[in-house]
Write a protein that binds this ligand. Structure first.
Ligand code: FAD
Length: 408
């Protein structure tokens, strides 16, 4: 669909992770010419089963990945289901339970490793003649021209397109090259992730216990005795947890989780992720747009970061495809602002909501502890409100892009 002879592509995407990969697939499926570049090596790996980056994927994200042509490339053994959710507080008896059956759904969402999704996306990308993937390539400069933008790479290549899209994660190089300011708040917390084997079966329930240093989540994997854990806590504590031997780690983990799934029998290598919330001042500039973690990051306590990024990818793809189909220039700021208007406020609301939860659950004030236990119990006994929250969290309601609403 590239109209001008001199253009190398309609759109250049920098970053081929889950968000950039999905965006490139969505454009490729619509017939646009795309160049996707990533600083890393192409990884088709055997990491899938031990990858500690495991995502809770909403039903809205499932629809987007279907539209991108990647969902049906996931293997059955890559997908685990969570049908219920149990959240409780270390201090007191307050708790809340969600069940997808209560709103006539067969699942609340899926637990899938980052690597499995990236593999499925890469398989789809390689199949499309109109998408060119470049590995071990990073941008060095950008230069706007009258009707196009040029990107120069660190190894001396140059490419011209109508639009550049940054999907290169929270340390986005494209964002720096575009001089877009990024406001970052360090949570002074890190998350420890690994896969654990538990004494009791998880029963396809996602569990989260709020501890005084931060939340501890167990996400059910396909094996009934395996869960992916995300333990958000202070950096000192994480350092100690990564330094102790397996037996010591298993003991402390089981204790901290109130032995909800019994003893911890085994665990994979422990990986640490620093946590922050951040948002770019602008998601768009003339001929440039940011999506996913390059535009914003949120606390992982609700497992939403990648899901928000997939909504960005879907919204921007809709705007770009629509303008291309009408023979309009998709790099114009007026076009890109339609994307920014729909996504930036929504992401900001989620970011502050998660911040509020984090502070509420970390407070050691007795009055706040009483209030939050009372709040959890009250909410648990209000099915109408609870089901409304559940539908929103599952991606069945809200201001969703078209690609996230329709079955494809
Ligand atoms: C502990 C933890 C748990 C989480 N759990 C969940 C969850 O359950 N559900 C959920 O939805 N989200 C979750 N998230 C959030 C999720 O990990 C991120 O939101 C998501 O991975 C962002 O994807 P991305 O493609 O934007 O960025 P990334 O995954 O960071 O990918 C960026 C890509 O850009 C490439 N790149 C980087 N620099 C350059 C460069 N200079 N040039 C070219 N390419 C470059 C990288 O190689 C990479 O491929 C969690 C996050 C953490 C930390």
């Amino acid at each position: 669909m590239t109209t001008s002879e001199e253009l190398d592509a309609d759109v250049i995407v920098v970053g081929g992770g889950i968000i950039g990969g999905t965006f490139a697939c969505l454009l490729g499926q619509a017939g646009l010419n795309v160049i996707l570049m990533d600083a890393g090596l192409r990884q088709v790996s055997s990491l899938k089963k031990t990858d500690p980056r495991v995502f809770a994927i909403t039903l809205a994200s499932e629809k987007i990945l279907k539209k991108a042509g990647a969902w049906n490339r996931l293997h059955d053994e890559d997908i685990a289901y969570f049908r219920k959710m149990h959240v409780w507080d270390e201090h007191g008896l307050g708790e809340i339970n969600f069940d997808c059956a209560a709103i006539c759904q067969s699942t609340m969402g899926y637990i899938i490793s980052h690597q499995a999704i990236v593999d499925a996306l890469q398989e789809k990308l390689l199949e499309m003649d109109n998408v060119r993937c470049l590995w071990s390539v990073s941008p060095a400069f950008i230069k706007e021209e009258e009707n196009a933008i040029v990107l120069g790479t660190e190894d001396g290549l140059q490419f011209k397109s109508r639009l550049l899209v940054g999907a290169d994660g929270h340390n986005s190089k494209l964002r720096s090259l575009a001089n877009i300011h990024y406001k970052k708040h360090d949570y002074k917390q890190s998350a420890l992730g690994c896969i654990v084997t538990t004494e009791f079966a998880h029963g396809e329930i996602a569990r989260q216990r709020f501890l005084k240093r931060g939340p501890l989540a167990f996400l059910p994997m396909q094996d009934p005795h395996q869960s992916a854990i995300v333990w958000s806590t202070s950096p000192d504590h994480v350092q100690r947890l990564t330094g102790i031997d397996k037996a010591g780690f298993h003991f402390e983990l089981a204790e901290s989780f109130g032995h909800e799934l019994g003893d911890i029998k085994d665990s994979t290598e422990r990986t640490v992720f620093p946590l922050s919330r951040a948002q770019a001042d602008n998601y768009t500039k003339s001929r440039i747009a940011l999506i996913g973690d390059s535009a914003h990051t949120v606390h992982p306590l609700a497992g939403l970061g990648a899901n928000l990024g997939l909504l960005d990818a879907a919204m921007l793809a809709e705007v770009v495809v629509d303008s291309s189909q009408r023979d309009r220039d998709p790099g114009r700021l007026q076009v890109l602002r339609r994307y920014e208007r729909r996504r930036k406020g929504e992401n900001q609301n989620v970011m502050y909501l998660l911040d509020g939860f984090k502070h509420l659950f970390e407070s050691q004030l007795q009055s706040v502890q009483w209030l939050r236990n009372f709040g959890l119990d009250t909410l648990d006994s209000l099915p109408v409100v609870k089901h409304a929250i559940l539908r929103r969290a599952m991606g069945l309601k809200g201001d969703l892009p078209e690609y996230a609403r329709r079955q494809h």
